[in-house]
Design a protein around this ligand. Structure first.
Ligand code: HEC
Length: 136
């Protein structure tokens, strides 16, 4: 019984250490602004919640990759903000993909807001790994 109690107490301690999520670089206003732009420009391919295509690793009949999720479940979190901004501004066509370029359509600030929107979908543990690699 004592051992059981000890287990519960240490579990509770561990849990309270984990509750402090890494602070995000953006606030809710930026996310809301980015959400609007995302719905207008990106949702048609990447989904309204940035959930993308489930089978994003499989090419289609033409050999193209489908739009990947940007919600933290695929590769987007492996990239820094400058790398993500470049993917969005330059698109994928030059690299043999199909995503259009948004460099002429969205300002740098708008691109950042769109990134904040899909980063707001990343779970805390994904955001933390990304943050520790890119924002220190
Ligand atoms: C016509 C469909 C389409 C639209 C519209 C589109 N994308 Fe994409 N996106 C793709 C596809 C497909 C890929 C995979 C690479 C390729 O084929 O170009 C991709 C790749 C990406 C990547 C790289 C993901 C990674 O894991 O490295 C990012 C970031 C991205 N898109 C963000 C956006 C944002 C933000 C918008 C809106 C401003 C947008 N996309 C609009 C289809 C689209």
């Amino acid at each position: 019984m004592d051992l059981f109690k000890y287990g519960i107490v240490s579990l509770l301690c561990l849990a309270s250490f984990n509750v402090a999520a890494t602070e995000r670089w953006f606030n809710q206003d930026v996310v809301d602004y980015g959400a609007k732009l995302f719905q207008q420009n990106c949702a048609v391919c990447h989904g309204v919640n940035a959930e993308g295509t489930k089978e994003w690793k499989k090419t289609d009949a033409n050999g193209n990759y489908p739009p990947p999720p940007l919600d933290g479940s695929a590769h987007a979190w492996h990239h820094s903000i400058p790398q993500l901004a470049r993917s969005i501004k330059e698109g994928g066509i030059k690299l043999g993909g199909v995503m259009p370029a948004f460099g002429d359509k969205l300002s740098d600030q708008e691109v950042l807001a769109v990134i904040a929107f899909f980063q707001s979908k990343w779970p805390d543990e994904v955001y933390k790994v990304w943050h520790d690699r890119n924002m220190q």
